[in-house]
Design a protein around this ligand. Structure first.
Ligand code: NAD
Length: 496
């Protein structure tokens, strides 16, 4: 019988009110059941929201640097548990151990960064337009924040949200993805062990219904979401109707441009990591290569040769480069897109099949895949496949490359390989994306830098960096009049 895990609500571990559970399995070894988790509904979310509302009273009043001390301790606990946590994350969501260690490290960096910002939650002081009057703004927490996340960065992405939310004095209801509930639970356990008080952080496991109940709960003031653009659209509609603050980080179709003077060795290394890291299941995965015609064939040949040599397998075993897809639905989706690409007339250079044999039969493995002859109008150039599939487009100039890069509804990450400094700087402005790398692939984020996308990838907010605190705080404007008389702002100030 698999181990059964619980929600964490109001300082206590509990089953779902109706006792329902769902299973989480190892995507590389399907017979390995990670555990059973509460399949929560509105009643469980309601208990969590009420606990978070109550805890907000004291947590929001605690001096921010004291909250920072707890965040710093969280960083220490995660550091101690890094390898154990990474092992369990790989078991549950598939990416190789060296990648999940990076996922935890990002959480550690985010903890220390958020801790440091608790001493810097700046407002402004500015001159008043009237005599003997003092103007300033200060930041107040928003209230209870609902955190709804995807499975592919099961620790880093929740911490991008939970840590700044807590630092700013908010309390949290957290629903991890139903594909990574154990990782979410282990993260919450680490936070509790580091001293987060009862009610401040509440864990509600479950699928879309639990997420929806969080979005619709009137006591939850703000929603921060990472997931697909389709789910984001549904959440945004509810938040709009309920006048809730919401932050959305969604899908991508991230281009790498390689110009005719690009360093091809560097580009191949970047592509192997950018396209096939996390089996292509990153919001920032390099899913389009836009190659100048002068280097196109050479680049594709070199890449294909190295991609064929990538070792697939269970990421907790040695020498594995690429893990499985997350579930059967993902396997079906990627397989469907191979057919779509072929029907559209693209040429399959390598891959295109479910990977089997050599210990792969009990997992959702898919061969690293490259399509050439892709044109901008094809669905495999436009839609997020979320698998180890690269669509290669051939272009004749910088301008054509940028036009192709921008020809998508998404705008998360992007990259350009060139030795031409002028074109590199032009690209920083010309490419429509929240992130542009020069001579690096489209993936990788640093805790103290803003992260997020434009167009249908996001709704204007950013994770990480100082900018994240704009979402987790309300700005309050304060006027102090010490003139001893009634001053009527503009009315007193303007001569007729
Ligand atoms: P998903 O949209 O299927 O699920 C994300 C979360 O939303 C899950 O916790 C799910 O239970 C919940 N959910 C589902 N329906 C809901 C509803 N109606 N109301 C509220 N919550 C609901 O996404 P996924 O398959 O877990 O993740 C893959 C997607 O996430 C990809 O599109 C990827 O690009 C994106 N992603 C984006 C970023 C980023 O920062 N931009 C990072 C990681 C992943």
């Amino acid at each position: 019988m698999p181990e059964q895990f619980q929600n964490y609500i109001d300082g206590a571990w509990r089953d779902a009110a109706d006792g329902a559970t769902f299973e989480s399995i190892n995507p590389a070894r399907n017979s390995d059941v990670v555990g059973l988790f509460p399949d929560s509904k509105a009643e469980d979310v309601d208990a969590a929201a009420r606990a978070a509302r109550e805890a907000f009273k004291s947590w929001s009043r605690m001096p921010a640097p004291q909250r920072g001390e707890i965040l710093r301790h969280i960083g220490d606990v995660l550091t101690e548990r890094k390898n154990d946590l990474a092992f369990e994350m790989t078991r549950e969501m598939g990416k190789p151990f060296f990648e999940t260690k990076g996922d935890v490290q990002e959480a550690i960096d985010t903890a220390y960064y958020a801790a440091s910002e608790t001493r810097r939650l700046f407002g402004h002081t500015v001159p008043s337009e009237l005599p003997d009057k003092f103007n300033m703004s200060l930041r107040r927490p928003v209230g209870v924040v609902g955190v709804i996340t995807a499975w592919n960065f099961p620790v880093a992405v929740p911490t991008w949200k939970i840590f700044p939310a807590l630092a700013a004095g908010n309390t949290v209801v957290f629903k991890p993805s139903e594909d990574a509930p154990h990782s979410g639970m282990l993260l919450v356990q680490a936070l509790l062990d580091a001293g987060v008080p009862a009610g401040v952080l509440n864990l509600v496991q479950g699928a879309g219904a639990a997420g929806q109940a969080i979005v619709e709960h009137p006591e939850i003031n703000a929603i921060t979401f990472t997931g697909s653009s389709e789910t984001g659209a549904k959440i945004g509609a509810v938040c709009g109707r309920m006048h809730k603050r919401f932050s959305m980080e969604m899908g991508g179709k991230n281009p790498m441009i390689v110009l005719d003077d690009g360093d091809l060795d560097l580009a191949v290394e970047g592509l192997l990591w950018g396209v096939f890291g996390t089996t292509g299941q990153r919001c920032t995965a390099t899913s389009r290569l836009i190659a100048h015609e002068a280097i196109h064939d050479d680049l594709v040949d070199r890449l294909a040769e190295k991609a064929k040599a990538l070792r697939l397998g269970y990421g907790n075993e040695d020498n594995v480069d690429v893990g499985p897809l997350i579930n059967q639905k993902a396997l079906d989706k990627v397989t469907r897109y191979i057919g779509i690409g072929q029907d559209e007339g693209a040429r399959l250079v390598i891959g295109g099949e479910r990977a089997t044999g050599d210990g792969l039969d009990d997992g959702f493995f898919f061969e690293p895949t490259i399509f050439t002859g892709v044109t901008r109008d094809m669905r495999i150039a436009q839609e997020e496949i979320f698998g180890p599939v690269l669509s290669v487009l051939k272009v004749g100039s910088y301008d054509e490359a940028v036009a192709a890069a921008n020809d998508t509804k998404y705008g998360l990450s992007s990259s350009i390989y060139t030795k031409n400094v002028a074109l590199a700087f032009k690209a920083m402005h010309d490419i429509e994306a929240g992130i542009t790398y020069v001579n690096g692939p489209t993936i990788g984020a640093e805790a103290h830098m803003p992260f997020g996308g434009v167009k249908q990838t996001g709704n204007g907010h950013r994770e990480g960096g100082w900018e994240v605190f704009d979402f987790y705080t309300e700005t309050k404007t304060i006027y102090v009049d010490y003139s001893g008389k009634l001053q009527k702002a503009q009315i007193d100030n303007v001569e007729d």
